[in-house]
Design a protein around this ligand. Structure first.
Ligand code: F6P
Length: 319
């Protein structure tokens, strides 16, 4: 393998730059040329490809976002789009591709691999919803961003004796909501994986008030309901003075935490090693702090599982 490519795709996440840096430097260390594909799979289709040098990835390890830019690309779901992407890669003499992204990005990498072009999937998403790894690049940073916001909201919630609903990201996975709820001491956590009962929530708030508790924090994952809609229903059920904060895309930005930088460096470098070993079609991940890799096709057939023990614990601690 003499030339490889790297791209970032889907929703960006803090630490993607650190992963790109690791791919580039590990490859150059092994005398392999690296090409950056700009704009995710859209850039692959249009051939927005440039050679990266050691200096191209200088001064990026601490930056959020992705220097290669990212996109969601419906065209790449078609066979024509995928074939066009492979032609572009071959025109540059690129023999393997590292794809940093989430579920949709993995599906693209899987399609290319099935058509004979070796790809390695590196899990980069704040959602933490990728099978084959305990944690994804960006989750830790996003969690800390959410906690910072929750702590600040708690201050004003206490001052005004209000109930706050905080909507966080996570269309299909409740990992951000659950961990942020646990770390932020939320009274109620609502996640897509578990149903909720409005009467039970109202009763819990009422009991808290009887005990002298004047404020409450409820964290809701966007996949459950919009925070605003849930807020209306809660107000109807309880008549409490409810406020809603939707954290939105601030969760995707910011300088990556130390933990995300280390994770990204390890996973990016491992992806290059797999290509060198001629083992395309794999995903890299970390389990019990050890690097692991899985067949990309099998990995995608598995389901990411939320830690239900954490959910149980959050319920016990928020009585
Ligand atoms: O997949 C990451 C994510 O941030 C999700 O949590 C969120 O639902 C989605 O992306 C938002 O996507 P977009 O930025 O395209 O609106």
């Amino acid at each position: 393998m003499k030339k490889i490519g790297v791209l970032t795709s889907g929703g960006d996440s803090p630490g993607m730059n650190a992963a790109i840096r690791a791919v580039v430097r590990k490859a150059i260390y092994h005398d392999i040329e690296v090409y950056g594909i700009y704009g995710g799979y859209s850039g692959l289709i249009s051939g927005n490809i440039k050679k990266l040098e050691l200096g191209s990835v200088g001064d990026i390890i601490h930056r959020g976002g992705t220097m290669l830019h990212s996109a969601r690309c419906p065209e790449f779901k078609t066979k024509e789009g995928q074939q066009q992407g492979i032609s572009q890669l071959r025109a540059f003499g690129i023999e393997g591709l590292v794809v940093i992204g989430g579920d949709g990005s993995y599906r693209g990498a899987k399609a290319l691999t099935e058509q004979g072009f070796p790809c390695i999937g590196v899990p980069g998403t704040i959602d933490n919803d990728i099978p084959g790894t305990d944690v994804t690049i960006g989750f830790d940073t996003a969690l800390n961003t959410v906690i910072d916001a929750v702590d600040k909201i708690r201050d004003t919630a206490t001052s005004h004796e209000r109930t706050f609903i905080i909507e966080v990201m996570g269309r299909n996975a409740g990992d951000i909501a659950l961990s942020a709820g646990l770390a932020g001491g939320a009274e109620t956590i609502l996640i897509p994986e578990e149903n909720y009962d409005m009467n039970e929530i109202a009763e819990r708030l009422r009991k808290g008030q009887e005990r002298g508790k004047k404020h409450s924090i409820i964290i809701i994952a966007e996949g459950v309901s919009s925070g605003v809609e849930f807020g209306k229903q809660l107000k109807e059920a309880t008549n409490l003075d409810v406020r809603v904060s939707v954290l939105g895309h601030i969760q995707r930005g910011g300088s990556p935490s130390a933990s995300d930088r280390v994770l990204a460096s390890r996973l990016g470098a491992r992806a290059v090693e797999l290509l060198i070993e001629g083992r395309g079609g794999r995903t890299v991940g970390i389990e019990n702090n050890k690097l692991v890799d899985y067949d990309i096709i099998e990995a995608l057939d598995k389901q990411h599982k939320l830690d239900l023990e954490l959910y149980k614990l959050s319920k016990e601690l928020s009585i």
